[in-house]
Design a protein around this ligand. Structure first.
Ligand SMILES: Cc1cc2nc3c(=O)[nH]c(=O)nc-3n(C[C@H](O)[C@H](O)[C@H](O)COP(=O)(O)OP(=O)(O)OC[C@H]3O[C@@H](n4cnc5c(N)ncnc54)[C@H](O)[C@@H]3O)c2cc1C
Length: 397
């Protein structure tokens, strides 16, 4: 399974992987990493600065991600790749090394939209939606957050009431990734039987979207408001397999796992950029990487990056063994997003003035990571989840 078995000489020290985490991956996992890395290099890097500057998400990459088998890749059947959790994490890491917007695209499609259909949907819903979503022909979005209910979704106002056998869906969701380009929305609404999930096709009468502009973060990603003006949905629009907040929260847990990995990709990109810059930029007659203060920054970055990558891999192996708990995912999200943000800030300083431009990826990653710090459970909410786990005392209110 591993590259370095007993008796094999240690590999030369690789500044990009000083702990030789490479050796902990299977051949298949390495292949997925190399494939996604190649895709990012050829398809994302040449244009990402332009997309980010223009506030543009290139919708046409979604079917390409589908062709690579990355959409719903950790799900089985219905056209999904059936890869392990570590492979999914690796794909997230490589995509986010390009841009958090790219990783958000597969998180929202595979984890937030396809996963609830796969987990809670009827056989008919799975057959109808999952194959075209896996292929990237149909784009999904996940609507939980509302203007007045972000961290506290239990208070949501969006409602679905029965009218004969139909449902009438009314309310507003906001900050919804891919909302404006989605062909189908997974919408969580209050019903007489508690919170339930609904599969809402784009063409549903009364369903409209409005994109949120002037973002300074995740600019290469569409973020929108969803409005449901008494939308009539058939009886079978509801996801039959779940009711209550555990529906959306279970779904979010899937996507958070991808974030634990993804942000380490953004952090790696910052590290590699800063390392290269430090060895070529000369001040006071020598490369700035030759000053102790710069080396300290680079080493702090290196250590946090290695720890974060090992944590992601550990959680990934636990997930593949079926024993990963939501609190452990919170641990990973809390640590790795915070670490990635600190790495980005430290790396930015190494580039001096150049660090604030779009010519280098660091400020772009840093701004993106501010969104990642907030979405899928804010840093504070994950702190409270862990606080409750260790004390038994919920401190949310
Ligand atoms: C770019 C982007 C994309 C997004 N995509 C999606 C999506 O696809 N689908 C979706 O449903 N949502 C999405 N979101 C919304 C995101 O999940 C919410 O922004 C998040 O849950 C926080 O909600 P809020 O912004 O309303 O902040 P609030 O809940 O108002 O929180 C504001 C601050 O108060 C803190 N706070 C709140 N409660 C407590 C407490 N009890 N104790 C201590 N501190 C507290 C928070 O941690 C935060 O620091 C996205 C957000 C962004 C920025």
């Amino acid at each position: 399974m591993t590259a370095t078995g007993p008796g094999r000489p240690p590999r030369a020290l690789d500044p990009a992987d000083i702990l030789d985490i490479e050796s902990l991956l299977t051949d298949e996992e390495r292949l997925i990493r190399d494939t996604v890395r190649g895709f990012v290099k050829d398809r994302v890097m040449p244009d990402i600065e332009d997309w980010f500057e223009r506030g543009h998400f290139p919708k046409e990459v979604v079917p390409e991600l589908g062709k690579l088998g990355l959409l719903g890749m950790h799900l089985t059947g219905y056209g999904c790749a059936g890869a392990n959790a570590v492979s999914y994490g690796i794909a997230c890491m490589e995509l986010e090394a390009g841009d958090s917007g790219m990783r958000s695209a597969i998180s929202v499609q595979g984890s937030l939209s396809m996963w609830p259909i796969w987990k809670y949907g009827s056989e008919e819903q799975k057959r109808e939606w999952l194959p075209p979503m896996a292929a990237g022909e149909v784009i999904g979005c996940f609507g939980l957050t509302e203007p007045d209910f972000g961290s506290d979704p239990a208070g949501m106002r969006t409602s679905a009431r029965r009218d004969g056998s139909d449902w009438i869906l009314a309310g507003t969701k906001t900050w919804i990734t891919n909302g404006g380009i989605a062909d189908v929305a997974i919408v969580w609404a209050r019903t007489d039987d508690g919170i339930q999930g609904f599969v809402v096709p784009r063409q549903t009468k009364g369903f409209s979207t409005r994109d949120i502009h002037r973002k300074l973060s995740l600019r290469a990603s569409v973020t929108s408001e969803l409005v449901f003006d008494d939308c009539r949905l058939p009886a079978d629009a509801v996801l039959p397999g779940v009711s209550g907040l555990k529906g959306p929260l279970g779904t979010l847990n899937e996507a958070r796992f991808g974030i634990v990995w993804g942000v380490m990709g953004a952090a790696r990109s910052c590290y590699e950029t800063a390392l290269e810059y430090a060895t070529s930029r000369v001040q006071f007659g020598k490369p700035i990487g030759g000053f102790q203060l710069t080396q300290r920054k680079l080493v702090e970055i290196l250590v946090e990056l290695g720890k974060g990558q090992l944590l992601a891999l550990h959680l990934g192996r636990m997930k593949d063994e079926g024993r990963l708990r939501p609190e452990q995912v919170s641990f990973g999200k809390l640590n790795n997003v915070r670490a990635a943000l600190e790495i980005a800030r430290e790396a930015r300083s190494i580039l001096g003035a150049n660090g604030i431009t779009l010519e280098y990826p660091i400020s772009r990653h840093m701004n993106n990571l501010e969104s990642v710090f907030t979405y899928e459970g804010t840093h504070e909410i994950h702190t409270l989840i862990l606080g409750e786990a260790i004390t038994g005392l919920p401190a949310y209110r």
